[in-house]
Design a binder for this molecule. Sequence first.
Ligand code: WQD
Length: 341
Amino acid sequence: MKKKILVTGGTGYIGSHTATELILEGYDVVIIDNLYNSGAEVADRIEMITGTKPPLEVFDLCDRERLGTFFSEHNDVSAIIHFAAYKAVGESVNKPLEYYRNNLLSLINLLDCMKQFAVPFMVFSSSCTVYGQPEKLPVSEDSPIQPAMSPYGNTKQIGEEIIRDTVASVSDIKAISLRYFNPIGAHPSALIGELPRGVPENLVPFITQTACGLRDELKVFGNDYDTPDGSCIRDYLHVVDLAKAHVVAVRRLLAGTNKMNYEIFNLGTGRGVSVLEAISSFERVTGLKLNYTITERRPGDIEKIWADPSLANRELGWRTLSTLDDAMRTAWEWEKKIRKM
Ligand code: WQD
């Protein structure tokens, strides 16, 4: 009997890649998405990759009554992977109430329904942003949580605490939070990938949009940091590797091999890569010369962060398999596909 997994935000960037990997691993997937930042056609693309089209229910998780109706119609959901959230750091500074309401109320409604409908497991999409600028690198799960640098980051910190307190208050809910470092790249089929609305905030979509002529130039936000080449360092991991980690996490909960009722894992490569190194990787795999200029630092950027992924390596038996070049290559193939180049 196939286990049914609810993927909220499943037509989004990481959600769609995870829904794909879940189906390929033999799970039944149902998606809830309000299509705020994605399109319904993603479910068709998932079908083109996997041969199975996941049912898509379009509504807002903040609508508690509608969510309750969903669970009364789907009383066989074994676990939830919760991606649905607003995630633009800059936007969250300008719209804090929208971010707190959307990201926290959707989570609270889900947890409430888990209690009401006896859904035992949740995998939560968290972020390395909870660490702020770490004192010590690489960052492990017991590295100190720093005061959030943005309302977005705060919703991830508060979200983890809401889950922790809920799991502690009831005996039949178990959860895993996955703290992503910087997901990049696209599915090798170039059928799904990152589709940022408007001007991308993140580095790699801005690189690929510059390379295809959609943007005039990439601005490198500062090269006067205390790093080898002066540009900021991040831990970039391929989105397919990240998606596979979610399959492993949900399998761990379903099998009952989790060691604690609430577990947290860093998901990264364990290697720091600078902005200029990322640009070099893109130029290497595409043979293109990227048009970029060095500009002022971006307010709020941290200088350097990369993961210590050893807990996930050991406990989940998961590690990243794709290289930075693989990620850049798939990001470019995806960009060319959507621009019909
Ligand atoms: C990466 C580096 C920029 C754009 C954010 C969120 C984090 C997570 C991942 C959700 C930085 C530089 C970028 C550009 C640039 N998201 N850059 N020019 O800020 O590390 O993390 O996305 O969980 O929560 O904060 O990612 O891709 O925006 O920036 O120079 O046009 O690229 O300064 O050093 P970031 P990013």
